[in-house]
Design a protein around this ligand. Structure first.
Ligand code: PMP
Length: 423
């Protein structure tokens, strides 16, 4: 670590306390970003293969221009009339199926999920929530309680039932049936406990569970079971939304329209914006008992930013790019897997891939030590990736990534795998 990095790490610990975490054995001190590239304080360049928040690329000129233009004109909230929030709502809803007729704005994914859970409870009269075993849905009391990945530090909230994540798609496994069986068991337990179901909330790409989105349509039977029991389906699109998987929304990969859709991270390409889209009937029930207002949700500046992000995704054809480059990336990793035994599985869709690292491909035993060595080894060679679980590497570059960028990643991944100590 350089002296300035050491000083910053110590200063952070002194000022921010013990709860924040840094990536990498040698933390990275970034000072600038552009497109898919990041620079540290010494001028070293990193290929960003991890960050989905700057979905249109770091510091996209149109996003910066919309932000500065709006900020230098007016910044106020939804209790005054203004077109910006309506232009955003119109553009956003136009990307969704017609059943999703309304949208409310927040400043984060946590806030969007918190609101969705409250709307689900109000609309169903239930309190039971189903979430997957390693799900993360946010940091409010309600969403942290519905984020089993935080256990045991944060115990499940009242009425939260954790279910096993979907299994990896392999020959002979009916992924939809296996996943739905876990959901039905949770519904059965709720009935025994006298808890009325409110919702199943799933990250539509199951990112913190290890990245599961195949085969197409597997979520259907689980959602059907929840609906039959009186609950609703909340599609958490904070990770897969805004084009990440090569289509606009992750739920499109499942062929099911959620009752509530939550958004965040990429929505403002780095500016704090979130949202919850809803079937109007659900909001009617919520609206009978509650007003909704969030000071910053839907403010004029954030609305302008979120709108231009949608425009850039459309104008630069980033969905098609995510699909095409995602296929190239996946094929490249699969080719590397022929020579590198630790690559146990490549999963995902578009530009969101999970690479499982294993000790032995037949036994599929997870190898957390090699996973950490690969993530840190890539960082030392100028490529940033992160972990989804202890043995799944998350590869998730900004959407405008090009083939020559991916070639750099694949060469560096190859070199990093080759440098792993022989076991
Ligand atoms: N849902 C999912 C699936 C997430 O990955 C996250 C953030 N990691 C959130 C919700 C919470 O979003 P935020 O950090 O903006 O509150």
């Amino acid at each position: 670590m350089t002296r300035s990095t050491e000083t910053l790490v110590a200063r952070r610990a002194r000022l921010l306390g013990p709860t924040y975490r840094l990536f990498y054995d040698r933390p990275v001190h970034l000072v600038r970003g552009e497109g898919v590239w990041l620079w540290d304080e010494e001028g070293t360049r990193y290929l960003d293969m991890y960050n989905n928040v700057p979905c249109v690329g770091h510091c996209h000129p149109r996003v910066v221009a919309a932000l500065t233009q709006a900020a230098s004109t007016l910044n106020t909230h939804t209790r005054y009339l203004h077109e910006a929030v309506l232009d955003l709502a119109e553009t956003l809803l136009a990307t969704m199926p017609g059943e999703l007729g309304h949208v409310l704005f927040t400043s984060s994914g946590s806030e969007a999920n918190d609101l969705a859970l409250r709307v689900a409870m109000a609309a169903t009269g239930g309190t039971g929530i189903i979430a997957t075993r390693s799900a993360y849905h946010g940091n409010s009391q309600l969403t942290a309680g519905a984020s089993p990945v935080l256990a045991p530090g944060v115990p499940p909230g009242p009425g939260v039932y954790a279910v096993p994540p979907p299994p990896a798609a392999r020959d002979g496994i009916d992924v939809g049936e296996v996943f739905a069986a876990g959901v039905r068991a949770a519904l059965g337990q709720m009935a025994q406990d006298g808890v009325k179901p409110a919702a199943i909330i799933v990250d539509d790409i199951f990112s913190s569970d290890g990245v599961f989105i195949a085969p197409r349509g597997f979520l259907g039977p689980a959602v059907e079971a929840v609906r039959a029991a009186g609950g609703v389906y909340i599609g958490d699109e904070v990770q897969p939304g805004h084009g990440r998987t090569g289509v606009m929304w992750g739920f499109q990969q499942h062929g099911v329209v959620p009752d509530l859709v939550t958004m965040g991270k990429p929505m403002g390409a780095g500016h704090p914006v979130g949202a919850m889209a809803a079937r109007p009937a659900l909001l009617e029930a919520f609206g009978r008992t509650s007003n909704y207002f969030a000071t910053f949700g839907g403010n004029t500046v954030s609305s302008a930013v979120a709108k231009v992000v949608l425009d850039v995704i459309a104008d630069e054809q980033l969905l098609a790019n995510a699909e095409a480059q995602g296929a190239y990336l996946r094929a490249g990793i699969e080719t590397l897997a022929q020579r590198h035994e630790p690559i146990g599985d490549v999963r995902g869709a578009g530009l969101f891939l999970g690479v499982a690292i294993v000790k032995d491909r037949r036994a599929r035993e997870p190898d957390p030590a090699a996973t950490a060595a690969i993530i840190n080894g890539l960082r030392e060679r100028g490529v940033l990736v992160g972990g989804a679980t202890a043995n799944v590497i998350k590869v998730r570059p900004p959407l405008p990534v090009r083939q020559d960028d991916l070639d750099i990643f694949l060469e560096t991944f190859d070199a990093t795998l080759s440098a792993l100590p022989h076991r």
